[in-house]
Design a protein around this ligand. Sequence first.
Ligand SMILES: Nc1ncnc2c1ncn2[C@@H]1O[C@H](COP(=O)(O)OP(=O)(O)O)[C@@H](O)[C@H]1O
Ligand SMILES: [Mg+2]
Length: 341
Amino acid sequence: MRRRIDSLIGQVVAANAVLVVLTLLSATLVAGLRLEGRQLAVLMMAVALTLVVNVWMLQRRFAPLDRLIREVEQVDPARPAEARLARPDERIAEIDRLARAFERLLESIERERRRSGQLVLRAQEEERKRLARDLHDETNQALTGILLRLEALAHDLPAQLRPRVVELKQLVSGAMDELVTLARQLRPAALDDHGLVAALEAQLARLRSRSGVAAELLVSGEPERLSPDQQSALYRIAQEALTNAQRHARATRIEVELACSGDCARLTVTDDGVGFDPTSDADGGLGLRGMAERARLAGGELDLRSAPGSGTAVSATIPLLVTHDGNGQLTAAALTGDTER
Ligand SMILES: Nc1ncnc2c1ncn2[C@@H]1O[C@H](COP(=O)(O)OP(=O)(O)O)[C@@H](O)[C@H]1O
Ligand SMILES: [Mg+2]
């Protein structure tokens, strides 16, 4: 009840009802009429009819506004980019403006979300780079120093104590190996020094030697057109997809394909493992969500295809920036992806 009275239509009809009754009353008074019986009933019916027509017309005029409100209420604030407001056949200037203003608002929210997400990811990669460098340069150097001193010590010690030093040396070597693995996981130097293709190649070589899985990389197009941020994003997506293929799929073959041509780059990781039903948990785990979020922040999307018994294919597609100079040549900005920043 309260809702009806609060609604815009309710208020306009109430105001109209007051106006009609007041007008009729004053007209009757001015004309000196004394309404009785049937005349009064006819007048009341005319007033009621006027109000019914009024309500009907107002409802028709306000229907697009009602629809717009319902659509706006259904927008998921976490996914503003997916919101599409339907354009009614019967367009009303004010409502159209409202819808366009709302769409612009959603677009700017999405832009801001993407920009701040990219800043967070960039800061995260920088921090990982710093940590990996510190681990590699400082901690590893210190361990190398310990190893060298242990070797010198082994020469000076009596023969029966040497096995203990050898044991210590093995422990230190093990710690150094773990440190290098950790530093590489944090941020592979190959990614910064030689780019995405080299980093993926190195990752697959390690996977082959560690697990014996047949893993290969296929590259086509011009991967050098990917910006450093895009390379980081695709590398992290590949890293997670490869971890999943090893951890969950029991795959014997893994194929990574990187295709960069036209206006998009696509990275696909395919395994021949046990597969799973991606719809069983609509939002996926943290890993799957993280991959989708990275692809989205890079302006693209993630496609996941899998079914129990028929392997899994994870594919991230992101846009490549193509800008041309007057001669139709790709500019340096497009080649380095600097225009993205
Ligand atoms: N390549 C794959 N093969 C089989 N199952 C997979 C694969 N990738 C993901 N899954 C399934 O999807 C689930 C969610 O994956 P993910 O989000 O990466 O989380 P996590 O790896 O931490 O379990 C996994 O637990 C697994 O059941
Ligand atoms: Mg995972």
